[in-house]
Write a protein that binds this ligand. Structure first.
Ligand code: PHE
Length: 366
């Protein structure tokens, strides 16, 4: 047996016996590494005469090839065995109960929107929606705020560079009132809807965030008057705050899209420095808190929404959903609503199983 054949035999039996990948790698280095014995043999070829090289090269090349092949083969086998062993020990017991944490919760804003939908469904209102990226015409013009109207300046609007299909620029809607117009145009009359959703204004402090939530209410029918508005708001707020003791004060106000316009305040008592809703705000140790804007829908808005204002009248209101949530559930900083802090969310959040229903209580806490 030649010297090379002997080397090959010894190497192949050691490789076949390598117990793990570390041992195999050590053998690879010993034979085929930079300083390896077979690599050294290969280097001798360079110093040989062409004749001698022709004679000796094939055996040395064959030796290198057989050791390289054997190493690769053993490596595959060891890796497969390692995987098998791991699969045998790593198991997943799908019959184990779900872990207690992490657990998601329903955000108070979503909860309040569900509560509102439940309360108003009972009064025969459907839920309507509109786009958050809105056309200038729906957000302003159709609501009786033409291009130069000073009320536009009160809205701190975020504009897009894009020209809107109906003129002006596209914008992020500054209130949910454009849904009034969209609903009348799409569905005609009569109308009874609420429209909850996100609205945007360039404003930011402890009580204002650039994005917040409103719910719009709209009723269009024949012979609708302010009395209907007052009854609807009282019924809604008593159901929402789960107390009969809700006293409202209607104050004359101004919105371009309602005429007359009414600002609605709710009476509260001060107990131990805290505001507790209920009672007349004029009583001793009581006050009035501004809650929402409303009014009879302006004739011009009804007209621009494709209806005859001599035939159809209605009322509308708009209220901040975040504000309602803060009043009902006692948070004091609006900004925390949008921080995504899991401690806040697990404290103020609701169980997904806690569906608001009028019979079980619209605001039952988990
Ligand atoms: N859109 C008004 C606002 O955002 C609120 C409102 C809605 C007032 C409907 C009257 C009628 O302030």
């Amino acid at each position: 047996m030649s010297e090379h054949e002997q080397t090959a035999q010894e190497a192949l039996s050691r490789i076949a016996a390598a117990e793990d990948l570390t041992a195999l790698e050590a053998l690879r280095v010993e034979y085929l590494g930079k300083q390896g014995s077979i690599s050294a043999l290969l280097k001798t070829l360079g110093k040989m005469s062409p004749e001698e090289r022709q004679e000796k090269a094939p055996a040395i090349q064959a030796l290198r090839q057989s050791v390289a092949d054997a190493t690769a083969e053993r490596k595959d086998a060891l890796e497969a065995a390692e995987l098998e062993a791991r699969l045998a020990t790593e198991t997943l017991d799908l019959t184990l109960p779900a872990p207690a944490a992490p657990q998601g919760s329903v955000h108070p804003v979503s909860q309040v929107m569900d509560e509102l939908a439940e309360i108003f469904a009972d009064l025969g209102f459907a839920v309507a929606t509109g786009p958050e990226i809105e056309d200038d015409w729906y957000n302003f013009t159709a609501l009786n705020m033409p291009e130069s109207h000073p009320a536009r300046a009160m809205h701190d609007t975020f504009y897009f560079p894009d020209t809107a299909p109906k003129g002006g620029k596209m914008l992020l809607r500054t209130h949910t009132s454009p849904v009034q117009v969209r609903t009348m145009l799409a569905e005609g009359s009569p109308v009874r809807i609420i429209a909850p959703g996100r609205v945007y204004r360039s404003d930011s402090d402890a009580t204002h965030t650039p994005m917040f939530h409103q719910v719009e209410g709209l009723v269009i029918d024949k012979g609708i008057h302010l009395g209907h508005l007052k009854w609807t708001l009282e019924t809604f707020l008593r159901a929402f705050f789960e107390t009969e003791d809700i006293v409202l004060r209607l104050r004359p106000s101004y919105f371009p899209f309602t005429e007359p316009s009414v600002e609605v305040d709710v009476g509260f008592a001060i107990e131990n420095g805290k505001r507790i809703l209920g009672g007349s705000g004029d009583a001793p140790d009581h006050g009035w808190m501004e809650l929402l804007g409303s009014g009879m829908v302006n004739r011009r808005v009804i007209e621009m929404s494709g209806l005859d204002p001599d035939e159809w009248q209605g009322f509308a209101f708009g209220v901040g959903v975040d504000r309602l949530a803060m009043l009902k559930y006692g948070m004091d900083d609006l900004r925390a609503f949008f921080d995504g802090d899991t401690r806040w969310l697990s404290h103020y959040g609701f169980s997904p199983f806690d569906q608001p229903t009028l019979s079980a209580g619209v605001g039952a806490r988990a």
